[in-house]
Design a protein around this ligand. Sequence first.
Ligand SMILES: NC(=O)c1ccc[n+]([C@@H]2O[C@H](COP(=O)([O-])OP(=O)(O)OC[C@H]3O[C@@H](n4cnc5c(N)ncnc54)[C@H](OP(=O)(O)O)[C@@H]3O)[C@@H](O)[C@H]2O)c1
Length: 425
Amino acid sequence: MFMPKFGRVCGSCMTLLIQREPTFLGRCCYLGNQGCRNFSTSQRRPYIMKAWQLREYGSNKNFRFTDNAPMPPIMYPNQIIVQVCAASVNPLDVMMREGYGAAMLNRQRDPTGVLPFMDPNVNELPLVLGRDCSGIVMETGLNVKEYKPGEEVWVAVNPYKMGTHAEFVVVTNSEISHKPRSLTHVQAASIPYSGLTAWASLVTQGGLNEKTAKGKRVLILGGSGGVGTFAVQLLKAWGAHVTTTCSRDAIPMLTSLGADDIVNYQAQDVREHLKRLNKFDLILDGVGGEAEKYLFSTDYLKPWAGAKYVTLRTPLLKNADSLGFTDGLLKSGMSLAGNAVKGLASGIHYRWGFFTPDGMALDKIAALVDQGKIRPVIDRVFTFDQLPAAYDKVEQGHARGKTVISVAEKRTQLDDSSSFGIIHV
Ligand SMILES: NC(=O)c1ccc[n+]([C@@H]2O[C@H](COP(=O)([O-])OP(=O)(O)OC[C@H]3O[C@@H](n4cnc5c(N)ncnc54)[C@H](OP(=O)(O)O)[C@@H]3O)[C@@H](O)[C@H]2O)c1
């Protein structure tokens, strides 16, 4: 006798389904019932998939590789199932593995706080991490017109949803874009998460774009990592003057990406060195700590000229974890407002930058990539079965670009990394 796990309504045909892992009981488009139309499928799809599932928060030991994880279903008409070919591993994945952000993300998963999570694409545990990927469209919901099964895409997934460290992922049509034609899947997977974080910080918060960035002086703190290597290239493509900080061994890589002024933070007094330079229109802080205390000042930013300090090291999720959702939100709001007011008094602006899934921004980034203005910068590629080693690599820090896992490509292909056009340092 089977025990139904929970019932749900199919997002495409509104039929009530009862889940019995790994499949559903019920007659609807999801099961390929003839009575349901306008549901686009590429092929008879499987009901189980390979995935790295996090059973509970903690270390790599809590990952379990499974080849019978339930396939994520389409729950809403604007959703798309993507077959993952390659995905990146980011500091956020390592932090989420340890439970970082759970309070805030659970609130997004279940805003009422009283209902059990009804959508398997937004369950808390077991959790599939991974915030971006390059892959192939497998199935599309009723309202998806721009993407067809079989098309190559790249995506960035909101952190409260099930991620890309699996064979398949469900995304909405606002989280997806056609992959740049000039890149392999491994190369393409290195860009969406970091690229969209840089985009949200420089464009959305910083107000820069292809028209306004020309001639602007921008400082990137931490130029050698995933976000930094992308931000430097985006700004150079738009004609900005870029100063960046990094360790000595990363200098050749950042020079090759076009950085104008590079400060070795291990050998030089960054504070004194930067003081001698002309003031900046924007500082993007991917490092945090002491730097903010002295750099968010008119000693470094142009006063009364719209100059902005955008930090990626925000306390929002950490505060929610330690104080609870409401108190955490209040404390974070007060901290943000305090800095914003302090800056306004001297004519400079303070902002927080967040990774933001944005398919339209990915379209623009894809165009820049295909024009040769932005290159993927890959530190190391791991196979899917080596995922815990990839997490170890990211956790050790000192990134020189991105860590990528190849979900569909084989180890023999990866060994010849030159075939991916990877920039090695
Ligand atoms: N708010 C958000 O939504 C969001 C999104 C993405 C990332 N982030 C945060 O933004 C930061 C950058 O992200 P990422 O993905 O680029 O990380 P990453 O790939 O790990 O890169 C960090 C880079 O910073 C360098 N670094 C460390 N300390 C430095 C210092 N004092 N001065 C200059 N460079 C330094 C590291 O190399 P060396 O140590 O060898 O110098 C490394 O190359 C991380 O802290 C991440 O958590 C926030």
